[in-house]
Design a protein around this ligand. Structure first.
Ligand code: NDP
Ligand code: MG
Length: 388
């Protein structure tokens, strides 16, 4: 193999997607060189990965961890970047070709914009920043610069290779249904954080696992697809498919439907984010389709799982409303994880913040930052109110 190695930065390397991205790099040492890694506060895991891959730059976003003694064990010559700007600094490094954006939440938006502006290709997992900042981000991209890592969007991206945009009529986003599929609203009142953290098919970070249980994850994904593929919210259908074999589908104007199928393993989508437009050998076990039980389909219940409906509404209104909705969800999701509110309160808090948000057209990152901060404040107040 004579091609130059792809020089990769993995932002959020200590999380679920980040660790799987490291695994992909481990399997393709002749193709990939890891040059930069970041974490928020997990400095021990960060240093371990930095030593394994001999990286030249690491970032620690949480300043409180700037002096962790483990950082003394970084490889010699490795440069340490500290603070809120650390991820963005790594994303803009001259010696990086491809950024794996695996930070969770709105916090990933600076790194996203800096990486794109610096011309890097981005294997993009951080859906929250697309939902909030899609209007800013999408016009900056050259074709193929952003390759989605979210499994549904990776599937759609793959189905669209060689197709023409005007010939797309609908997107079908598949959805496992989450651990409470088929439950009633009354039954959801009893759900605890540990019930919600047990996802039926995917093993993921805690924030997204709760989002999968409320179906807010699917709501965020509808908005993510709307931005990435320039398709109206009403033409993006959610399809409950419990087996998570079909990762999503595209329907064309002639009625043909293309789907992408495969193992329920995020490493395939992460790897494609790095390898596109090529394909590299499989990073995980394949599926023997002869042994597969039947594949089933159903409709999502937006009445019981109201976060999906709220996200659609936010997407249709547009402007800064998705940003406010996302911030409210981040606050409520975190509160639920620390047992500070109930499962159904997440939806109530998000709804309340959406009602109280004055929607503006998106025109700058600073405006989104302000909107995010304001919505977090409203969500903290709503959290107190729903518990009264
Ligand atoms: P995790 O919570 O497992 O990991 C998040 C990573 O981001 C960690 O490395 C964490 O560091 C870092 N991080 C957290 N907060 C900040 C911050 N404020 N600034 C900088 N870095 C930060 O999340 P996941 O890996 O599950 O998800 C990452 C993204 O990918 C999310 O947007 C999610 O929606 C998306 N995604 C995830 C999927 C999955 O299977 N997990 C599937 C599809 C999409 P530290 O460890 O130090 O806290
Ligand atoms: Mg997904």
């Amino acid at each position: 193999m004579s091609e130059k190695k792809l020089r990769v930065a993995i932002l959020g390397c200590t999380g679920s997607i980040g660790k799987q991205a490291l695994d992909v790099c481990r399997q393709h040492p002749k193709r990939v060189e890891v040059v930069a890694l970041s974490a928020h506060s997990s400095t021990t895991a960060l240093v371990e990965a930095a030593r394994e891959f001999g990286v030249r730059h690491v970032g620690v976003a949480d300043e409180e961890h700037a002096h962790d003694s483990v950082l003394d064990e970084l490889p010699s010559g490795c440069e340490l970047h500290i603070g809120e700007r650390a991820c963005a600094d790594l994303g803009g490094l001259e010696e990086v070709d491809c950024v794996v954006l695996a930070v969770v939440g709105f916090a990933g938006i600076d790194a996203a914009l800096v990486s794109v502006r610096a011309g890097k290709t981005v294997a993009y997992a951080n859906k929250e920043s697309i939902v909030c900042g899609g209007e800013l981000l999408m016009p900056m991209l050259r074709p193929g610069q952003l390759v989605p890592v979210d499994s549904e969007h990776s599937a759609i991206f793959q189905c669209l290779v060689g197709e023409r945009h005007p010939e797309v009529s609908r997107l079908w986003l598949t959805c496992s249904g989450g651990p409470f599929y088929g439950w009633s609203k009354e039954r959801l009142l009893e759900v605890t954080a540990s019930d919600a953290l047990a996802h039926p098919t995917w093993s993921m970070g805690t924030k997204i696992t709760i989002d999968c249980a409320t179906l807010m994850n699917k709501g965020l994904e509808v908005l993510e697809a709307h931005h990435l593929f320039d398709v109206d919210i009403d033409d993006i259908r959610v399809l409950v498919h419990r087996q998570s074999r079909i990762h999503s589908m595209v329907e064309f104007v002639d009625g043909s439907v293309k789907a992408q199928l495969g193992p329920s393993d995020m490493r395939i989508a992460i790897q494609y984010g790095m390898s596109y437009p090529q394909r590299w050998s499989a990073p995980c076990e394949r599926v023997d389709w002869c042994l597969e039980p039947s594949l089933t389909f159903g409709e999502a219940d937006e009445n019981t799982f109201g976060c999906l409906r709220l996200a659609r509404e936010a997407g249709k209104t547009g402007g800064t409303l998705p940003c406010a909705m996302n911030a409210a969800n981040e606050v409520a999701n975190a509160a639920f994880r620390r047992n500070a509110c109930g499962f159904v309160d997440i939806e109530r808090i998000v709804a309340r913040v959406m009602e109280q948000t004055a929607v503006e057209r998106v025109d700058s990152l600073q405006q989104l930052r302000d909107c995010d901060a304001q919505a977090r404040e409203l969500a903290r107040k709503a959290l107190v109110e729903v518990l009264e």
